[in-house]
Each structure stands twice: as C-alpha cells, then as structure tokens.
Design a protein around this ligand. Structure first.
Ligand code: NAD
Length: 477
C-alpha cells in the first residue's frame, strides 16, 4: 500500500518493530534471531478447470513459530497476497497469541485471488482444491495447524475447508477442530463472526478505563461522543463501528472504503451504510452523507480516534506526518509501517497496536477449538457452576431479607432468568472481555513500568517475546 521507496516491506517492518523491542530486553541475540525468523513457508501452485479452461492459482501457508502447537492463523484471499505478506502476518500471529495467552504458535495462509471475480460454486471448487493441497501436508490439522478467516474469507470458506478435511480424514474424531470461524452448524461457536470487532471495542473500553492513558492521547472522558474514523467496513470494521456507535455512544464520522469515503460529522448509520454496500457494491451514492472520492485522504481528517480496519501499510512514510488523530487503533494487521510509527510517536500520537487490538478473533477461535475438542457445547460445564453460584446468591438474599424483616421481593421472572445461568454467547463475551483486560494490563505494566519503553507497541512486543522465550527456555529448541 505504501509507495515510498524508503519504506521497508511488511515483513521487514514487523522485524524492525521486533528488533526495537528486543534491544531493550536481556536476551541472547541467538534466541532473539530464532524467535524472529519464520520457520517455514510452503508455496503451492495448482490448477482448477473453470469456465472451460484451466486456471492456475498460487497459495501459501507460512508457519512462523511452533513453540506451541497447533499453530494458528487465518487464510486471506486477495490479489496482493505474497510470501512477504504471509510471513509478516504469521509472525504477528505468534506475538498476538503470546500476548493474549492463547496456547498457539503463529501461522498464516493466503491465496492470490480476487474472490469477487468468481461465483460461489467456483470459489468452493478453488477453496476445496487449496485445502486439499494444505491438508495433504498437515498444514491444516486439528493438532498442528488450524486456519481461520481473514480478509476475503469467512464462515463459508471455513465450512468448505472443514468438510474437505473430514472427507480426507474420516476416522479423525477431532476433525471439526481443524479450522475455526466455522458456521454454527459446522461446529462453530456463537460470537466468532463478530469477535474481532468486539475485541476492538473491549480494547478501547479498557483503554478508556485508565484516565492517565487517555490523557497521554490528549483526550479526556470516555468513548461517548468521540469522533471515530473507520477504514474498511468488512468483518472487522463493520462490527467494531456498529458496536462503538450503538453501545458506547461514539460517532462514526467517516467510513473509508476501496472506492471512496463517506463523511458525516453528526455520525453515520453504520447498519444503513453496510446495507447500502451490500446492495450496490459500493459506498457511492449513499444518501444523506458527504462523499470523498479519494478515500485514503480521509485518514488525515480531524477526529478523536482513527481505526484502520482494512489492510496493511495504509499509514506510511507518505502520509504519517499529516495524520491528525491523537489515538490510532490498529484493527487491521500492520496498517502502520515501521517508519510511520516513528513519525506518529514523535508527533505525540498514541497507538494501540494490532497484536493487541485485533486479538479478539484468535481468542474466540481458541474457545471454538476447545469446544470442538471437548465435544461438548461450550459453557455447558461452566453453566452448571454458575447456576449453583446464582442459586446460593438468591438464597442468601432471601434469607437476609427474612432475617431482618426487610420484606424484599425479587421482581417477577427475575429469579428464573437469574438461575438460567449464561449461554454460550455470554460466556464467549465474558471470556473475551477478561482476555482483553488482562492483556492490556500486562502491556501497560511494561509501558509505564520499564525504562526506555515509550509506547504500547514496544511493550506488547516485549511481553510477547518474553513469553515465547520462556517457552523455548523451558522446553528447549
Ligand atoms: N477476520 C478476522 O477475524 C481478523 C482477525 C484479526 C485481524 N484481521 C485483520 O483485519 C483486517 C480486515 O480483515 P477483515 O476480515 O475485516 O477483511 P474483510 O475482507 O472482511 O474486509 C476488508 C474491508 O476492507 C475494505 N478495503 C480493502 N482495501 C481497502 C482500501 N485500500 N481502503 C479502504 N477499504 C479497503 C474492503 O472493501 C472490505 O470491506 C485485515 O488486516 C485482517 O488481517 C481480521
């Protein structure tokens, strides 16, 4: 995305960020090098007969670190997919999983394809063939390598992949755990589709619980009324924009898409914009909002929070100096290049890094994987425990009221609702919320507690690298 000749590649950018953090740590250069490099990248070229001729596709599955297995990371469908990008994304997965303590190594996959050029039947053929190539080599496997959706893929592709794996491994009782982000009827979990956007919301809520941190971004108060610009109204961007607007009172003052940006200082109706894009294929012509042809220029507009949620490299050496947002939340992976990161820091902007901000997806993927392996509806066990706790609480309230002659009565229906316990979605949400709070605390401790650590990204890298290093130290290389 970035155009300056001085800009490093995406993978180099991730490595430079790693080096900046590692230089502040007490770790041997040899171990740092081992953690930083990508273990392996598999390239596959395969042919599929489509529309009367043979089309050749190129795909990748990169494994960055197997310090824990399975390795985990999405599969991206885009024409821009290449080895450098897949390796950068795989490395970020290693650090992300370590930061939020999901017990996975890091991986990523990609297929060079514009999914909009093919119809559903053709996409199924292509996906099954790509999956076949990866399954054959254990690059999709419940115990070794578990993909998930990323840009250009979703539940539909994951359903084809799990079905393909099941056909090729008919006796594997854990087949459903070979991929996450599946539809519910293929072994998915409630709350996975929205999980990354929900995680961004929880990350922001946690940030705004710390007034000193908010002040460092030259902001004050909470999320209510904050002016937010979102780039990319796909899976991640749509959910986070909707939740922030509908549940936290934020104003989405601009939505930037591929073909332009919509702007409205009063706040855009996210649901209406999404429906418009779905029905017309574009943001153009959306009624009642301003339209800017050069969408990328809107990244530089005045706002409180800028959330790039589309792709990497969009804030780079060319535009970083003109970015006005005091707070930038990396919902996408790698939207800010290494050079841009330095410029933003010098300007005093505060950045919540990708490996933390968008970790909601992999966190809920972990819950889905555990659900598949345990062969029991997620939360059935916890539900029993919660019901028992709730029952004790209600009994205690009733006893207190009777003892003291208070005459308290519980609202009609309340007791029943209270005693039903939590459903799967509530458990997923509370597990995700806990994860985002705890990870923020661990990052924050390093950010504010250690000398020479100036920013949350470096802090996040330090926490992640320390955890990966600890695993290597205890189990050996
Ligand atoms: N899906 C997940 O669970 C997940 C998890 C973690 C991180 N991410 C990251 O979030 C980002 C978005 O992923 P997604 O799953 O939402 O993808 P998606 O394909 O669902 O949506 C991407 C959106 O961005 C738009 N877009 C693409 N290029 C753009 C550009 N140059 N300018 C403006 N808009 C553009 C697309 O039109 C689309 O609406 C990626 O960086 C991905 O790696 C996704």
């Amino acid at each position: 995305m970035s155009s300056s000749a001085a800009e490093p590649s995406f993978r180099e950018s991730v490595d430079l960020m790693f080096d900046r953090a590692a230089a502040l740590m007490d770790m041997s250069p040899g171990l740092a090098q081992k953690i930083r490099v990508c273990n392996s990248t598999y390239t596959v070229r395969f042919g599929v007969r489509l529309r009367g001729k043979i089309e050749t596709f190129t795909g990748y599955r990169s494994v960055h670190s197997e310090h824990m297995e399975p390795v985990k990371g999405g599969i991206r469908y885009a024409l821009s997919v290449n080895q450098d990008e897949v390796e950068a994304l795989a490395a970020l997965m290693t650090y992300k999983c370590a930061l939020v303590e999901t017990p996975f190594g890091g991986a990523k996959g990609g297929l060079c394809i514009d999914p909009r050029q093919w119809d559903e039947r053709e996409l199924e053929q292509i996906t099954r063939r790509f999956a076949y190539e990866l399954i054959k080599r254990d690059l999709i496997h419940p115990a070794q390598n578990v993909p998930a959706p990323d840009m250009g893929t979703g539940e539909r592709e994951m359903a084809w992949i799990v079905d393909q794996y099941s056909r090729m491994n008919t006796t594997d009782i854990n087949a459903k755990a070979c991929v996450t982000g599946k539809p519910l009827n293929s072994g998915g979990i409630r709350g996975r589709v929205e999980a990354t956007g929900r995680g961004v919301q929880y990350a922001l809520r946690e940030f705004f619980r710390h007034p000193e941190d908010v002040a460092r971004a030259k902001l004050s108060g909470g999320l209510d009324g904050k002016r937010v610009i979102v780039q990319g109204l796909g899976n991640v961007g749509y959910h986070l924009a909707k939740f922030l607007a509908e549940e936290d009172g934020a104003r989405i003052t601009a939505i930037i898409e591929r073909d332009g940006a919509l702007v409205d200082e009063k706040g855009l109706d996210v649901e209406a914009v999404k429906q418009w894009i779905t029905s017309t294929g574009s943001v153009k012509g959306f009624p009642g909002a301003g339209f800017v042809e050069d969408g990328a220029a809107v990244l530089e507009a005045d706002c409180d929070i800028l959330i790039p949620a589309a792709m990497e490299g969009v804030i780079n050496l060319d535009n970083a100096a003109r970015i006005r947002a005091p707070l930038i939340v990396e919902a996408a992976n790698g939207p800010v290049t290494f050079g841009a990161d330095e410029i933003l820091r010098q300007k005093g902007a505060l950045l919540i890094p990708d490996m933390y901000a968008n970790a909601g997806g992999v966190t809920v993927s972990y819950f889905e994987w555990v659900k598949n392996l345990s062969h029991i509806r997620f939360g059935r066990m916890q539900r029993r425990a919660e019901e028992a706790r709730s029952r004790l609480l209600v009994e205690e309230l009733e006893r207190l009221s009777a003892d003291r002659g208070l005459g308290w009565t519980l609202a009609p229906g309340f007791k029943d609702r209270f005693l039903t316990g939590s459903d799967e979605l509530a458990l997923v949400r509370s597990g995700l919320d806990d994860t985002m709070r705890i990870a923020y605390q661990s990052m924050r401790e390093v950010w504010l507690g250690r000398e020479n650590v100036e920013d949350l990204r470096t802090a996040a890298y330090i926490v992640a690298i320390e955890r990966v290093a600890a695993t290597y130290r205890s189990k050996g290389l």
